[in-house]
Design a binder for this molecule. Structure first.
Ligand SMILES: Nc1ncnc2c1ncn2[C@@H]1O[C@H](COP(=O)(O)OP(=O)(O)OP(=O)(O)O)[C@@H](O)[C@H]1O
Ligand SMILES: [Mg+2]
Length: 237
């Protein structure tokens, strides 16, 4: 699915956090959002999931303005995973079933096992207390939960920041597989520029609420302007 922003601004408490952002997240591609802390990356991601509504401008999913899409449909189509991978109290199964429960449906054990396998976890974890899982396992369950919804777009906010190196590369591999084998459109905030360069088809560079550049990862390896160059140098230092 194509997610598009047109002249999107977001202001809260008289502070403009996002300034007139226009751009398109290409279908079936991995786009990473990079930029200094406070640039507005998380705010932009929340707009993409309708957790926030723009002050002005419009977001579109496959050409349809968000305002014309049923909120539950939008939430299902556009899944989100966060750094902390928050879990509800209960088992892994309870957590996987959550999206269905919210829609007054259920998830069979067999289906739940299938989703666990899809993220590389053993079905023996199904009845384990979710909050007892390791960071990497929690992140996988969090991603599996978005699969339960069959989301076509996945928003990821620094999902590997709290993980050790092995877990990071496992999660990177999982996201690449979801993208390549299931065609899921990925929008990924990362502060890890090596990760952005290695994994993305496209990069968005945000500074101070503005989208200052978009393009292939070469815009990071061969910056064409001073603002990007300074950001990249600082981030790689
Ligand atoms: N609800 C809010 N009320 C007021 N200011 C806010 C609110 N949410 C975010 N901000 C401000 O908006 C700016 C952008 O925040 P945002 O969380 O989107 O940045 P970010 O790029 O995700 O940063 P980081 O890399 O640190 O996660 C920050 O200056 C933040 O303080
Ligand atoms: Mg953030």
């Amino acid at each position: 699915m194509v997610l598009e922003l047109q002249n999107v601004s977001f202001t809260i408490d008289h502070t403009t956090i996002l300034k007139n952002i226009t751009g398109r997240f290409h279908k079936g591609k991995i786009t990473t959002l990079v930029g200094p802390s406070g640039a507005g990356k998380t705010t932009l991601l929340k707009l993409c999931n309708n957790l926030l509504t723009p002050t002005s401008g419009t977001l579109y999913l496959d050409g349809q303005p968000f305002s014309e899409i049923e909120p539950t449909v939008l939430r299902r189509e556009v899944g989100m995973a966060l750094q902390a991978a928050p879990m509800i109290n209960g088992s892994v199964y309870d957590n996987l079933q959550l999206p269905r429960k919210l829609a007054n449906q259920s998830l069979s054990i067999t289906e739940a096992e299938k989703f666990l396998h899809a993220v590389g976890l053993s079905s023996s974890l199904l009845q384990q207390v979710a909050n007892d899982l390791s960071g990497g396992q929690r992140q996988r369950v969090s991603i599996a939960r978005t699969l339960v919804n069959h989301s076509h777009v996945l928003l990821l906010d620094e999902i590997t920041s709290a993980l050790d190196r092995t877990a990071v590369s496992e999660i990177e591999q999982l996201i690449t597989t979801l993208n390549q084998q299931h065609g899921v459109t990925i929008i990924w905030i990362t502060h890890n520029l090596q990760q952005a360069i290695a994994l993305s088809d496209n990069v968005w560079v945000m500074v101070d609420g503005e989208l200052i550049a978009t393009g292939e990862p070469t815009i990071l390896t061969h910056p064409t302007n001073e603002v990007i160059r300074q950001f990249v140098e600082g981030a790689l230092r």
